[in-house]
Design a protein around this ligand. Structure first.
Ligand code: FAD
Length: 468
């Protein structure tokens, strides 16, 4: 597309969009502007020149074309869970009005609009006894899948990106293109883990899996046995079957009336379990781990549906928040790492919640043509998450933000000597580390594909891959 630049400014861009864009367009000062630009991540308080709410693929195309015509920075937002850089002074395209979900139970495929959340796909698929490769249900399907996507079925069926069958998108040239195994194979490869660098997605088709009742939930234990339990988890996880997905978390429970009395305001160890199968199979497999944790303060494991499991394990839907998060990956969890985790979670105030999660299984057995998702064979991640302000619902004051940052940075510093240096893109909130989500070869290949499809770098998401 030849780049022609027209008068920019709110009025100019609004005029262009009014001619070609069917959905609502909001300018600074409009009543709906603040609501339209907002997303889950409260750390990003962006001030786009224009917010355009797409209602269909032609709107997405119109927005890409308008952004180029006016030489404006362009950004896409579905839910804002993964928005990492502000779209200040640019055109922010939101997709939440494009949230349609259609399930084909015979092909076991869901066709999903770019604004859909996993909860919507889970509900639609459940009618047929099927389930997607989802994670936290409130997260958007598109950003999650483009970034790899790790959820409770991943050890059995791989990353969400491995289950991507087709993507419809608008390219930097303003063309509608379909990428799948038979069409634009390079682009299809890049979309399965390369993030939002290659186009604006207008629909995805994702594989569904037959899932019956599962045994799942979260049990809470006294934190006094955290060190032994983490050590047991490390050793036990090696023999974990693909049907099991587990995580161990250390956190301080809020001192709030909504929190059950036995754990209110206490430091706890949480074991999160998802098992494809019933109690009879799960119990002996889990016993060695749970014995190390001791008697639960709250026992949350039971048989349930896949949909119930997603909600039960994730907990109440998190409202928009400002949080500081840090991820590291580990081949092993030496004693120095296991000591650092309770120190960080319980030692200071406020300490981050720290999650150790075991991966592997099908994630480590990619198909020969799998996308660029990196670090598939790394067995453990550690993710530290600390809210700013009261429960993360505000930014807190500068002193509090410094204390939160110091606690997370302190932990990161202690972990660094033992970590692989790699990351999973979806949990990476520091855009400067984007390269660390890939092998050097895959990052170089992504840059080449970027040069082919977006040489002018129109799509510059937080996890940016520049054209070679
Ligand atoms: C509370 C919480 C729980 C989470 N749980 C999990 C989990 O269980 N497993 C996991 O893997 N990750 C998880 N994540 C990380 C999450 O997958 C990423 O933040 C992801 O980017 C969110 O996608 P989104 O579309 O909801 O967010 P958005 O902020 O709307 O989008 C994030 C990015 O995705 C890209 N994008 C979105 N839509 C499009 C589009 N139509 N075209 C092109 N690019 C697009 C853009 O680059 C955009 O900046 C979680 C995050 C949070 C905050």
């Amino acid at each position: 597309m030849a780049r022609t630049t027209t008068t920019t400014g709110p009025a100019g861009i609004a005029r262009t969009l009014r001619e070609s864009f069917a959905g609502p367009v909001h300018l600074p000062g409009d009543a709906a502007y603040d609501e339209a630009r907002s997303g889950w991540n409260l750390r990003i308080d962006h001030r786009p020149l224009t917010v355009a709410e797409a209602t269909g693929p032609d709107d997405v195309r119109a927005a890409v074309v308008a952004a180029r015509e006016h030489a404006l920075p362009f950004a896409v937002q579905a839910t804002g869970h993964g928005t990492l850089v502000p779209a200040d002074g640019g055109l922010l395209l939101t997709t939440r009005r494009m949230a349609e979900v259609r399930v084909d139970p015979y092909r076991r495929v869901a066709r999903v609009g770019p604004g859909a959340r996993w909860s919507e796909v889970i509900a639609a698929a459940a009618l047929y006894g099927l389930a997607p490769l989802s994670g936290t249900p409130s997260v958007g399907v598109t950003g999650y899948t483009l970034g790899g996507g790790t959820g409770w079925l991943s050890r059995r069926h791989g990353y969400a990106a491995d289950g991507l069958l087709r993507a419809d998108l608008v390219t930097a040239e303003g063309e509608h293109v379909t990428a799948d195994a038979d069409h634009h194979a390079d682009l299809f490869w890049a979309l399965r883990g390369g993030g939002g660098n290659f186009g604006a997605v207008t629909a995805l088709e994702v594989r569904l899996h037959a899932v019956g009742r599962v045994y799942a939930g979260v049990s809470l234990y006294d934190a006094g046995r955290a060190a032994e339990t983490l050590a047991r988890y490390r050793d036990w996880a090696d023999g974990e079957p693909d049907e099991l997905n587990t995580a161990v978390m250390l956190m301080r429970m809020p001192d709030a009336p909504a929190v059950p009395e036995p754990v209110r305001g206490r430091p706890v160890l949480a074991v999160r379990v998802f098992h494809l199968g019933g109690y009879e199979e799960a119990e002996p497999r889990l016993r060695p781990l749970l014995e190390a944790a001791g008697t639960p303060l709250l026992d949350g494991f039971r048989a349930m549906t896949f949909a119930e499991a997603g909600v039960t394990i994730a907990g109440p839907t998190a409202p928009p928040m400002a949080v500081r998060q840090h991820i590291d990956l580990f081949r092993d969890l030496p004693g120095a790492v296991l000591e650092a985790l309770p120190d960080a979670a319980f030692g200071g105030s406020p300490g981050p919640a720290v999650e150790v999660r075991h991966w592997g299984g099908a994630m480590a057995r990619p198909a020969p043509d799998a996308g660029p998702v990196g670090h598939r064979d790394v067995p453990f991640s550690v993710i530290a998450t600390a809210p700013y302000g009261a429960g993360g619902t505000g930014h807190g004051d500068a002193d509090e933000r410094s204390r939160v940052d110091a606690s997370v940075d302190g932990l990161a510093g202690r972990l660094r000597p033992y970590a692989t240096g790699g990351t999973f893109l979806n949990f990476l909130t520091d855009p400067a580390r984007t390269r660390t989500a890939y092998t050097p070869e895959d990052h170089a290949r992504l840059s080449r594909i970027k040069r082919t499809w977006d040489p002018d770098d129109v799509f510059r998401p937080g996890h940016h891959i520049p054209p070679e």
